[in-house]
Write a protein that binds this ligand. Sequence first.
Ligand code: ADP
Ligand code: ASP
Ligand code: MG
Length: 406
Amino acid sequence: MARIVMKFGGTSVADLERIRSVAGRIKAEVEAGNQVVVAISAMAGVTNQLADYADQAAGIYDLHEYDVVVSSGEQVSAGILAIVLQDMGVAARSWLGWQIPIRTDDTHGSARIEDIYADEISRRLGEGQVAVVAGFQGVDAQGRITTLGRGGTDTSAVALAAALGAERCDIYTDVDGVYTTDPRIVAKARKLDRVTYEEMLEMASQGAKVLETRAVEMAMKHHVRVRVLSSFEDGPGTLVVDEDEIVEQAIVSGITYSRDEAKVTLTRVPDRPGAAAGIFGPLAEAAINVDMIVQNVSVGGDETGLTFTVPQADLARAVAVIEGLRENLEYGDLLADPDVVKVSVIGVGMRSHAGVAQKMFATLAEKGINIQVISTSEIKVSVLVAEEYTELAVRSLHSAYGLDAE
Ligand code: ADP
Ligand code: ASP
Ligand code: MG
């Protein structure tokens, strides 16, 4: 007998027929003798709809109330799934974040899980009851409902698996595993049987939304065995594993893209100590995450140009912050461009192979795609290009690194 966590995303529970179908999968695991915890997302489209209501209610609003609104989608799906399971003769009950409780910090809208008090669930699992946990939500120290950031049910699932000592955490979604790139834009994308935690973390943080970044981070930290598989068809899926569990390591394992980027350029920034700190300090204070940065070498000697990226959702705020700096910091123009995409090439094999970045640059050059910003880490090379080239860039790189399926 094993204790397992099964996570179902929005498309997997999009309507009653889909909910009955996943209930069948849960029942099969129970009948196989397993103790089952389910982490469930809101039905497809519901969270977007709820977030739209909040947006339409007011321009700027209290994030405590945003969380109250957007967390409600999971309350519905968890209750419905529990009803369907009971109707199939499976003992089950729903759990909201505050009922467990799943304690988080108070960063409303993107809270971090701090602790899960899993004793009662654990006891009931022992009695054969399925726990259907509403994903994406928790409760802060003040007793207020929090949400974990979009896609956060992945994190709920992995955190529950860690807290309950589950043998594995199965993430059921609408694709049958993790692919070399998004199968929805590259038909020749290949499913990976295994992927390392480290590569998965980099892929997630660079835009592959099949797993949420914090979920991978947590799985890595707590050694949770994560599998990504389809709720629509049977199959082995993709296992996220330690590096030493992969026998033949490819140099490049995946290509990702993120359209959620915006580029900011400042011209004629004074080339002196403190200039960068004077710009990035206030952005950090405004909780705006700066990702890629390039500073030009100053030609004349006393002025330089600075280009960086921020999340597209924060672009207007970033521009406002920088415009507010004019009094203390002289600069020429402030240019904002939301029509960019970050394309990344990822693989742990890069550590021991030269030429990976060069191949990326040459491939893009051949297609006439101009590179605007470059950033690298040990296992990744990212470039910023015009958004219109997203598909072309991803497809060409996928072929260039030999990732295309036969
Ligand atoms: P869920 O609602 O189940 O959480 P998501 O929409 O969050 O599902 O994630 C699944 C989607 O991730 C897929 O439909 C696919 O388009 C996208 N995706 C992006 N990159 C990849 C990748 N490398 N492998 C698999 N899927 C990917
Ligand atoms: N329902 C939430 C969202 O759409 C959380 C999730 O699905 O993981 O972001
Ligand atoms: Mg998701």
